[in-house]
Design a protein around this ligand. Structure first.
Ligand code: PAF
Length: 288
């Protein structure tokens, strides 16, 4: 049980009662969905939401549907007291803490399936992942019914998947993106960074350097194939394995072809250090 510092709701009806009272007062509602283990990246999304909306709900729910058997569902860090303190400091108005039984009661059988931006990249290694994310996010949107919802650019493919989801399912919520929070060496903040030992943590800091160089090469007019090969070699030398490192169209995630990019792109990567999987991405503008 969390302290009384910050109001929290553990049922859909308690959540709706609170949100309805705000609506009665004509207040706008922002929503930040999370799986907890909050870091500065999450908190900057809460602050962004506070700047845009009158009231902010943050959900903490480690969603079993986005983990495959053998992934880190049980080991995923759960730091509720610490999270509640950070959310209190960030002036979040309500924490929503549904249980797995509330989200997926016995007999639960619905699910969202996706194509479009969900294909490839993350889905190659984690084919279950985006269906699980889209299912829980659609449910959370229906439960909270926010005006705006906030997602980090670190999970860039997830951001595009959610944008497509609300468009395709006519969910009346505006999706806003927050910039990736980074440590001093540029490592993208992630709850899973807590799994890294000292040597892995040092190597992890290279991911953003390799992506920055990849983006700079594309912006200088190097062809995608050549720039990608250099980035892939650097990543293979640094990490235990590379799931992918490539450039994609920033708007659709379509593959850009082998030559110089002609539209705004995103360089994206997923690599592994031991059992920890790191992802990151950077923007790349087409050469002038
Ligand atoms: O990005 C995350 O933390 C999760 O994928 C999300 C959006 C909260 C859904 O469980």
């Amino acid at each position: 049980m969390i302290t009384q510092q910050i109001p929290h709701a553990t049922t859909i009806s308690a959540l709706r009662t609170r949100v309805r009272s705000w609506r009665d007062d004509r207040l706008s509602v922002g929503f930040v969905p999370t799986m907890g283990a909050l870091h500065d990246g999450h908190i900057s999304l809460v602050r962004l939401a506070k700047a845009q909306c009158d009231r902010v709900v943050t959900s903490i729910f480690v969603n079993p549907k986005q983990f495959a058997p053998g992934e880190d569902l049980d080991a995923y860090p759960r730091t509720l007291m610490d999270d509640a303190e950070k959310l209190t400091d960030a002036k979040c108005d309500l924490i929503y803490l549904p249980t797995p039984e509330i989200m997926y009661p016995e007999g639960y059988s619905a699910g969202v399936t996706l194509k479009g931006p969900a294909l490839g990249l993350e889905s190659a290694a984690r084919p279950h992942f985006f269906d699980g994310v889209a299912t829980v996010v659609a449910k959370l949107f229906n439960q909270v019914r926010p005006d705006m919802a906030f997602f980090g650019e670190k999970d860039y493919q997830q951001l595009l998947v959610i944008r497509q989801l609300v468009k395709d399912l006519d969910i009346p919520v505006e999706i806003l993106a927050g910039e990736t929070g980074r440590d001093r060496d540029g490592l993208a903040l992630s709850s899973r960074n807590a799994y890294l030992d000292a040597d892995q943590r040092r190597r992890a800091g290279q991911l953003n350097v390799i992506l920055k160089e990849f983006a700079a090469a594309l912006e200088a007019g190097t062809g995608h194939k050549a720039a990608r090969e250099i980035a892939y070699t650097a990543a293979s030398e640094t990490f235990d394995s590379v799931d992918y490192i490539e450039a994609r169209c920033a708007a659709t995630l379509a593959e850009p072809g082998d030559g110089p990019i002609t539209q705004p792109a995103r360089v994206l990567a997923a690599v592994r250090l031991g059992s920890t999987r790191l992802i990151d991405n950077r923007a790349a503008k087409p050469p002038a």
